[in-house]
Design a protein around this ligand. Structure first.
Ligand code: UD1
Ligand code: MG
Length: 459
């Protein structure tokens, strides 16, 4: 049997944040979600999360994870104290307990698999992950012999000068034989610099204790402050870009782009510099994105082009061309071959195939048939100050420049709206609608003397 426990009760003082540390986001997922995801492949029989600081908030965030048991640690008196809280919930449990610090988010699932199999083969009471770090500051130092047997762990702040020179560090990831750990947990003492109960002290009490060194130190990077958070973000971004390049996506300037874990790309997508993908977006085959785009929770079919634009919660069908400087907001749905040009905003609107809104327009709460041409400066006036109303424009219609369509309003198919019109009433199919002041012309207006000249005032 295998149980996994993630320690997530700490405050994260060094982050200086109102958010509990384990809820800090990294490439679109929280630290603790990443840690939990890294052990999916092990298919544990039990999954426990030790919560304490802002426990309710952490529980609410993770409420959707099936089978996750929350264990409360109150007060938070160190990592050893956190694991002591499992003595009740895991009473009678037989097997291994994998303990993961909730602030070590870059672990690869394969590493955990090999930690578990190393532990099972050696029959050790505990096997912990270690790394040799060029700069080990802040980490616990692991003292081990050449055969991988660990004699103990000393926290950075409790080390003497000689111990500080040891670069073998504790990753905060341990595989314990639960029954043996349970016997030593009650004997931990808080006789250390922080006056806390350290989980690391159990290692000296368990025999044999072994360690497994990881090749890639980034995998075991712990996050205690914002600099470490930024470092891990950079590592993850690099991993994500490499992954998608291997899947057939081109980036002209990879380092300038950021991706979310949940964004998917088809083959032959070209991503130009300064593009950012967030949430669960999908970018279809052969799309060309950028430079300068933000795409969040949006679905783009194949062969879409987007330049210098912001797309959120939108659907874009094949072959649409968007931008530069367009904004698609929640509920925008463009059918095939639409063209959305500069300074055009589309919100909660459906555009039929081949619609064009090329310049300076607002389409909000609108339903457009196919091949509608929206003239420059057309605005759907959708809000009456209290409620939003819809504008319906039939297929093949054309609006002239600076048309204002005051919703609720329906224009039939093939309607033409004269430039500068403000329409407040429905227009039947095939009609021309004009809603503007008739032009007045006074001829020879500038021929005579001006009023000032008539009064004899100079100039
Ligand atoms: C810990 C290890 C250190 C290791 C490092 C790796 C100890 C004593 N030290 O130090 O050897 O090199 O991780 O990153 O374990 N937590 C609780 N309850 C508490 C205190 C902490 O659940 O009372 C949780 C935190 O939320 C965090 C994790 O335990 O997710 C680690 O705590 P943290 O304070 O970050 O320990 P480090 O100082 O990083
Ligand atoms: Mg830490």
């Amino acid at each position: 049997m295998l149980a996994v426990a993630v320690l997530a009760a700490g405050k994260g003082t060094r982050m200086k944040s109102a958010l509990p540390k384990v809820l800090q986001p990294l490439a679109g997922a929280t630290l603790v979600e990443r840690v939990l995801a890294s052990c999916h492949r092990l298919a544990p029989d039990r999954q426990l999360l030790v919560v304490g600081h802002q426990a309710e908030r952490v529980e609410r965030t993770l409420a959707g994870i099936e089978g996750l048991e929350f264990v409360l640690q109150q007060p938070q008196n160190g990592t050893g104290h956190a694991v002591q809280q499992l003595l009740g919930p895991l009473e009678g449990f037989e097997g291994e307990l994998l303990v993961l610090n909730g602030d070590v988010p870059l672990l690869r699932p394969e590493t955990l698999e090999s930690l578990l199999s190393t532990h099972r083969t050696s029959g050790a009471a505990v096997t912990l992950l270690t790394a040799r770090l060029a700069d080990p500051s802040g980490y616990g130092r692991v003292f081990a012999d050449g055969a991988g047997q660990v004699s103990g762990i000393v926290e950075h702040r409790d080390c003497n000068a000689e111990q500080l020179a040891n670069t073998l560090t504790n990753a905060g990831i341990y595989c314990f034989d639960w029954a043996r750990l349970a016997t030593v947990l009650p004997s931990l003492s808080s006789d250390n610099d922080q006056g806390e109960l350290y989980l690391t002290d159990t290692v000296a009490l368990l025999r044999p204790a072994m360690h497994m060194e990881v090749g890639d130190p980034d995998e075991v990077a712990g996050i205690n402050d914002r600099q470490q958070l930024a470092h891990c973000e950079a590592v993850l971004q690099d991993r994500l870009r490499r992954h998608w390049m291997a899947e057939g996506v081109s980036f002209t300037d990879p380092a300038s782009c950021t991706l979310s874990e949940h964004t998917r790309f088809g083959r032959d997508v070209l991503v130009e510099p300064q593009c950012h993908f967030r949430g669960a977006s999908s970018i279809g085959e052969g799309c060309r994105i950028g430079p300068g785009c933000l795409i969040e929770n949006s679905q783009l079919a194949a062969e879409v082009e987007v330049i210098h634009s912001v797309l959120r919660d939108s659907h874009v069908e094949r072959g649409c061309v968007i931008g530069p400087f367009a904004q698609l907001r929640a509920g925008a749905h463009l059918a095939e071959g639409c063209r959305i040009g500069n300074f055009v905003e589309v919100k909660n609107s459906q555009l039929g195939e081949g619609c064009k809104a090329n310049h300076l327009s607002y389409l909000g709460d609108a339903d457009l048939g196919a091949e509608v041409n929206i003239g420059a400066g057309t605005v759907t006036a959708n809000f009456d100050g209290v409620r939003k109303h819809r504008t319906v424009i039939g297929g093949g219609s054309k609006t002239g420049a600076n048309s204002v369509l005051v919703a609720p309003i329906t224009l039939g198919e093939g309607v033409t709206v004269g430039a500068g019109s403000t329409l407040t009433k429905d227009v039947p199919a095939g009609a021309l609608a004009l809603g503007r002041a008739r032009q007045l012309v006074k001829e020879n207006w500038t021929a005579g003397p001006t009023p000032r000249q008539q009064q004899g005032v100079a100039g």
